[in-house]
Design a protein around this ligand. Structure first.
Ligand code: BES
Ligand code: MN
Ligand code: ZN
Length: 497
C-alpha cells in the first residue's frame, strides 16, 4: 500500500473515498463540517435523517455527494466528543478501514487524523493510522497454494492533517507508523509460520536479512560456541531435537558511539512439545507460536532500523526446539548455567526460563542500560491476565514505569505483577542451587523469580506475553504484540538523552 500525508480540504481530491467523523449525537467533526459546507449541507441532511447518530463502531457510506470530487464519503461514528480519547480514535480508524476494505475503493483520504483525540498529537495519530492500515490489509497466505480471500481493495491512503503547520510532524508520524506496521507484520509472519519452516536456523536467516538491510551487526553462536561459554541450561533444552540451536545476536547502533544499548532478549522456542514432560495433544499446534518473543525482537529491530532511530539496541535470541528424544533432558537432571548456578530441571516443559537465563547472562557483556526480555513463558500468566495485557515483572521501579507508560501510549498494554522475595522459596531444590519450577501457585511469578536470579547486574523488565502474542480459535494467528510497546519504549529513549 502507498501512503502519503498532507493538508487538503475534505472531499476536494479525486479519491475513492473521503472519511470524516461524526460525534454522538449527530455532531459533525471539524473536517465533516468543512465537507458539509462544500456539499451545501448534504451531510447535515443525512445526519438529521437519523442515518448517522455518531455512535462508536457505526459507519455510513455515501455515494456521489454533491460539491465533492471524491467517489464516496464515509461517515464514521466517533461516540461522544467528551470521551473521544486515544482508544476511541483507534477504534474509529479501525472501523473506517474495515468499511473501506469492504468496498472496491482503491484509494482513500482519512480525515480522522485531523481530530483531537485525548492527549494525542498529530505524530501519534498519523503513526497509529498508518500502522492500523497496514494491519487491516495483512494476510498470511505464503503457505497456501493459491490465495484464498480476495485481495483487499485499498492501495493508496492519504492521512490528512488539519493545518499546513503540522506537515513536518505528520511526516514524522507517517515514517514511524509505516516502520511500526512493517515490524508488526514481520513478527506476525514469523509467528504464523509453522515449526517445520520457522526453525532456529530460519530465525538466524531472518536476522541476517535484517542485518544486511539495516546495517546491523549479526553474530550467531552455534552449539560449540555455547558449550565453550558454559551455556549448559540453554543446551539442555536443545538436546532432544535434531534441529541445531542458535544464539542470535543482532546489534543496531543508530545512537551515539559508546552509549550503552538497550538489550531485548526474546524467547525463541520454535516448537514446544514440552520435551519429556510432554504436553497434552489438544491445541499443541499453537506451540509454534512459542518463538513470539524472538519474533517481537526481530520485528522491533526492523521498525527501529527502518525509522533510523538514534538509539543503540542489541537483540539477543536463544532459539531452539523443545523435543522429547533419546538424548533429551529428563526430569531430575541437573545442569549448570552460564552464570555458574546449577538448576534441577523438575519439568522439561518449563524450558523458556532455561534458555532465557543463559541469554540474560550473555547480555551482561553489553553493559546494557536496560534489559527487556519477552517470552511466551507461562500458561499461568494467561490465567492471571487473559488476552488483554501482558504481565510485567521488574527489579527496577523506574524502568518498570517507563515500559508501562510506553505500553499505554502504544495501546499495547502491560500490567505490573509482583516479584516479592517470599515467592523465591517455591524454587527450593534439595539437590541443586534451585529448581526450574515452583509449583502451581503464582506460576507466572515464580517463573519471573527464576529469571531474576540471572539479572542482578542490570535493570531488567520481563514481559510474559503468553496471553497476548497470538489468538486462538477462528481468528488463530499471531498478533505482533508487543512490537508496538517495545518500539514506543525505544522512541521514548531517544527523547530521554
Ligand atoms: N510455552 C509455554 C507457556 C504457554 C503455555 C504459553 C500455554 C501459552 C499457552 C511454556 O514453555 C510452558 O510450557 N510453561 C509451563 C510451565 C510449567 C511447567 C511450570 C506452563 O505454563 O504450563
Ligand atoms: Mn514449555
Ligand atoms: Zn515454551
Amino acid at each position: 500500500m502507498e501512503f502519503s500525508t498532507k493538508y487538503i480540504a475534505p472531499g476536494s481530491s479525486k479519491s475513492g473515498c473521503a472519511v470524516v467523523g461524526v460525534f454522538e449525537s449527530r455532531k459533525l467533526s471539524a473536517p465533516a463540517a468543512a465537507l458539509d459546507r462544500s456539499a451545501k449541507g448534504f451531510l447535515s441532511k443525512v445526519v438529521k435523517s437519523g442515518d448517522m447518530e455518531g455512535r462508536a463502531g457505526t459507519s455510513v457510506m455515501l455515494h456521489q455527494v454533491p460539491g465533492t470530487a471524491c467517489e464516496r464519503v464515509l461517515l464514521v461514528g466517533l461516540g461522544p466528543e467528551k470521551s473521544f480519547n486515544e482508544k476511541a480514535y483507534r477504534n474509529a480508524v479501525g472501523a473506517a478501514l474495515r468499511a473501506i476494505n469492504a468496498t472496491g475503493a482503491a484509494d482513500a483520504e482519512l480525515h480522522l487524523t485531523a481530530i483531537a483525540a485525548g492527549k494525542s498529537d498529530i505524530v501519534w495519530r498519523v503513526a497509529q493510522a498508518a500502522a492500523l492500515a497496514i494491519e487491516s490489509v495483512y494476510r498470511f497466505e505464503q503457505m497456501k497454494s493459491k490465495p484464498e480471500a480476495p485481495a483487499p481493495s485499498l492501495k493508496r491512503l492519504l492521512l490528512a492533517h488539519g493545518s499546513t503547520g503540522e506537515r513536518k510532524a505528520a511526516e514524522r508520524g507517517l515514517e514511524q507508523g509505516l516502520a511500526l506496521g512493517h515490524g508488526i507484520s514481520l513478527a506476525k509472519d514469523l509467528g504464523n509460520l509453522p515449526g517445520n519452516v520457522c526453525t532456529p536456523t530460519y530465525l538466524a536467516g531472518q536476522a541476517r536479512d535484517l542485518a544486511k538491510r539495516y546495517r546491523m551487526k549479526l553474530t550467531v553462536l552455534e552449539t560449540a560456541d555455547m558449550k565453550k561459554l558454559g551455556m549448559g541450561s540453554l543446551l539442555s533444552v536443545a538436546r532432544g531435537s535434531a534441529e541445531a540451536p542458535k544464539l542470535i545476536v543482532l546489534e543496531y547502533n543508530g545512537g551515539p558511539k559508546g552509549a550503552k544499548p538497550v538489550a531485548l532478549v526474546g524467547k525463541g522456542v520454535t516448537f514446544d512439545t514440552g520435551g519429556i514432560s510432554l504436553k497434552p495433544g489438544g491445541e499443541m499446534d499453537e506451540m509454534k507460536f512459542d518463538m513470539s518473543g524472538a519474533g517481537s525482537v526481530l520485528g522491533t529491530l526492523k521498525a527501529v532500523g527502518e525509522m533510523r532511530l538514534p538509539v543503540n539496541v542489541v537483540g539477543i535470541i536463544p532459539a531452539t526446539e523443545n523435543m522429547p528424544g533419546s538424548r533429551a533432558t529428563k526430569p531430575g537432571d541437573i545442569v549448570k548455567s552460564m552464570s555458574g548456578q546449577t538448576v534441577e530441571i523438575l519439568n522439561t516443559d518449563a524450558e523458556g526460563r532455561l534458555i532465557l537465563c543463559d541469554a540474560l547472562t550473555y547480555a551482561e557483556r553489553y553493559q546494557p542500560s536496560a534489559v527487556i526480555d519477552i517470552a511466551t513463558l507461562t500458561g499461568a500468566c494467561v490465567i492471571a491476565l487473559g488476552h488483554v495485557v501482558c504481565g510485567l515483572f521488574s527489579n527496577d521501579d523506574d524502568l518498570a514505569h517507563e515500559v508501562l507508560a510506553a505500553g499505554e501510549t502504544a495501546l499495547d498494554r502491560a500490567w505490573h505483577m509482583p516479584l516479592h522475595e517470599e515467592y523465591q522459596e517455591q524454587l527450593k531444590s534439595n539437590f541443586a542451587d534451585f529448581a526450574n519450577i515452583g509449583g502451581r501457585p503464582a506460576g507466572a511469578v515464580t517463573a519471573a523469580c527464576y529469571l531474576s536470579r540471572f539479572t542482578k547486574n542490570f535493570k531488567w523488565v520481563h514481559l510474559d506475553v503468553a496471553g497476548t502474542a497470538w489468538k486462538s480459535g477462528k481468528e488463530k494467528g499471531s498478533t505482533g504484540r508487543p512490537v508496538p510497546l517495545l518500539t514506543q519504549f525505544l522512541i521514548g529513549r531517544v527523547k530521554h538523552k
